[in-house]
Every structure is written in C-alpha cells, then in structure tokens.
Design a protein around this ligand. Structure first.
Ligand code: ZN
Length: 246
C-alpha cells in the first residue's frame, strides 16, 4: 500500500497548501480519504479524479469535505463524456444532515452511510471505520491489505479509544492540531503533537505521521514536541509526502 499526503493543514490551507486529503493506493485501486480545500488539484498529479475507486469522508467538517463538492462535478462530467460508467462510491457519515443531504449528486455518487457500513473492501484492502472523540460523528479508518495496516485517526480528541481500533499498526496517521503554546484550557475533539505521540507509543505504532497542522507551524517545531514521547519512526506531513508499505 502507498499513502500519499494531498493535504494536511487545518482549518484552512496555507499558500500552495491544502486541508486534509490522502491518496491510498493498493495494486490498481485508488481510494481518496478526506477531500479538503485544495486536495483535488493535488490529486491530479497522481491520477484523474474519475479514476478513483472510492472515497472515504471521515466527517462532515468543511476542512475535510470542501473539495468533495467539485469532485462531484468532475465525476458527473466524466460520466457524460463516457470516461466513467459507474458512480463513485463514497463512504461518509450522514450527519450533520444539512451537509449529509448534499453528498449525493445526480448520477455521480453512490453514497454509503458509514453508520450502516462499518466495514468494506476495495480490491484487496479491507477498510473499517471507528468513532473518534469529536464534536460531530467522526470516523477513523483502519486499512488492512493482509500485509500491512494503516490507521488514519481523522479528527480525534483525547478520549478516543485507539487501542480498540488497532495494535501495532505499520503506520498511524494522527492529527496534531495543537502545540504546547496554543493548547486551549479545555481542549475538545483534537490532540496536541505530544498527545499524538503518546497515543502512538501506547498502541505500539511502528511509524507515526503527524498531520492536521495549523498552516503557520514549522515542521521542526511539531517534531520537537512529539519526538521525546514516541520511539518509532516519526514523520511530519507535507504536500506530496508519500510512504510505501508492504
Ligand atoms: Zn479537521
């Protein structure tokens, strides 16, 4: 499996950046996980949007779905031009309902509510979805192709039960929304770089990729706060960062 960062910033993209979006490739299959602002223009470096096999939206906050609505246009157009014969399968929660009802679009999208589809397969990749601690329903994604496992934490607060989702994943992609200097007095629904590292160590992750970063953070600053708490291999996300596992 190959995991590529298409966007990693939040809550808005910095210059030339993008909010969360990741391309998961396994064999001939391509899965887009989250589709934030700026993600589609990054995706086009790797494949055409109509070549995707599936999309997973972890939750319906705009930093994770903004470009999904133009992806709908791309798929509809591809169908009209005969470049794609089937709708694009999208796994996403249906709430908040005011956004959930926008997930389908003409004949472009086959929406499968995560609430009813907690496990699925795309080619040889088994995907399972697990609730995190976040103000709206949000789902972490465990991708397993039988040789390696990637746990994508989506947006998650300190009460998230990572141990229930996976032990010793080959890669843990975890949010690091806060640094020590800006952790709010009562943080809710997000983690600091240090908390992400502690969580990764606790579940025995082999590699940790820190993401969901404020555009003004310097990568060295993020790494410095996480490093003392994690004994595996540590990475900080950037556009185009890519890692290949078995
Ligand atoms: Zn977010």
């Amino acid at each position: 499996m190959r995991w590529t960062v298409l966007g990693y910033q939040s809550p808005y993209p910095g210059a030339g950046g993008a909010t969360p979006g990741y391309l998961l490739e396994s064999g001939e299959r391509r899965i887009l996980i989250d589709c934030g602002s700026g993600v589609l223009s990054q995706l086009d470096r790797y494949c055409r949007p109509y070549e995707l096999d599936a999309v997973v939206l972890s939750h319906l906050h705009h930093d994770h779905i903004a470009d999904f609505f133009v992806l709908q246009y791309a798929i509809r157009l591809a169908r009209q031009m005969g470049r794609r014969t089937s709708p694009l399968t999208v796994y996403a929660p249906g709430v908040p309902e005011k956004w959930g009802r926008l997930l389908t679009y003409h004949d472009a999208i086959d929406w499968r509510p995560i609430e009813k589809h907690r496990e699925t397969s795309v080619g040889s990749v088994r995907l399972s979805f697990h609730r995190t601690d976040h103000p709206i329903p949000c789902y972490a994604v465990l991708a397993d192709n039988g040789r390696s496992r990637i746990l994508y934490g989506a947006d998650a607060g300190p009460r998230t039960d990572w141990g229930r989702m996976a032990q010793s994943p080959d890669l843990f992609v975890c949010e690091a929304t806060y640094l020590k200097r800006n952790v709010p007095p009562h943080p809710s629904g997000h983690l600091s770089a240090e908390q992400a590292a502690v969580a990764a160590e606790r579940i025995g992750a082999k590699r940790l990729l820190l993401t969901h970063l404020f555009p003004e953070y310097a990568p060295e600053e993020v790494k410095r706060e996480a490093h003392p708490h994690f004994s595996g291999t540590l990475y900080v996300a950037g556009i185009g960062f890519s890692i290949r596992l078995g």
